[in-house]
Design a protein around this ligand. Structure first.
Ligand SMILES: Cc1cc2nc3c(=O)[nH]c(=O)nc-3n(C[C@H](O)[C@H](O)[C@H](O)COP(=O)(O)O)c2cc1C
Length: 193
């Protein structure tokens, strides 16, 4: 992880914004797959100082992820995309939105999460090649009392587990790996063109 305050190079940065940590885990998994496939990759927190220091001349592709809270993605992701939309548009790019709705048994909720995922880059002048709506994690044991009650209520509505004595991993890791593979295909296709 770069901790220096000057630009650093990265072939495929995976920018993330997270509130309870799941989007970071997904970003780190993407990085592992990309590295496995021979790309130099790094998970970079958009709320931290490193995100603005990436040297875009070194970037061959970029992935960006954020999670939904009360129907919105993190402010750090909003600010970052507004600032770097032009740079993101110059390389193969992908956006993934992490939410509980993506795992809902109610198709309307699944569709709503998908729409919010698509609207996020579109509203900020960014046109990623791929947009994915990815199921996150029910982290009951990490929530304070009020958030636990609220999330249990939402979970019940969506047919998700409601036993608050444990956490539930809802992320489909194969889907995450497919997103990384898709990025490598885009980068290789562009290099071959
Ligand atoms: C306070 C709070 C609000 C949430 N609001 C939504 C929401 O509006 N829609 C949704 O689908 N999921 C919602 N979730 C579920 C999160 O998106 C999900 O837990 C995700 O894994 C969080 O990712 P993160 O750990 O990277 O922040 C909410 C979770 C919390 C704790």
């Amino acid at each position: 992880m770069a901790t220096i305050d000057r630009p650093f190079r990265c072939e495929v940065p995976v920018f993330f914004a997270t509130s309870e940590g799941q989007t970071r885990r997904i970003a780190e998994h993407l990085v592992a797959v990309l590295r496995d496939r021979g790309f130099e990759s790094q998970a970079i927190d958009m709320a931290g100082p490193d995100a603005v220091l990436v040297d875009w001349t070194s970037v061959r592709g970029a992935i960006l992820g954020a999670s939904l809270h009360m129907g919105k993605h993190q402010k750090a992701a909003d600010r970052f995309v507004r600032r770097f939309a032009a740079e993101l548009n110059r390389v193969p790019s992908a956006f993934f939105s992490v939410s509980l709705s993506a795992a809902s048994k109610n198709q309307k909720e699944v569709d709503a999460a998908e729409s919010l995922a698509r609207a996020f880059p579109a509203a900020r002048g960014w046109t990623p090649a791929n947009v994915a709506s990815v199921a996150g994690r029910l982290a009951y044991r990490e929530y304070g009392f009020f958030v636990r009650v609220l999330i249990k209520w939402i979970a019940k509505k969506e047919g998700a587990p409601t036993d608050t004595s444990r956490d539930y991993e809802l992320t489909n890791w194969q889907e995450v790996e497919a997103l990384a593979r898709e990025m490598t295909r885009h980068i290789r296709a562009r290099a071959a063109a």
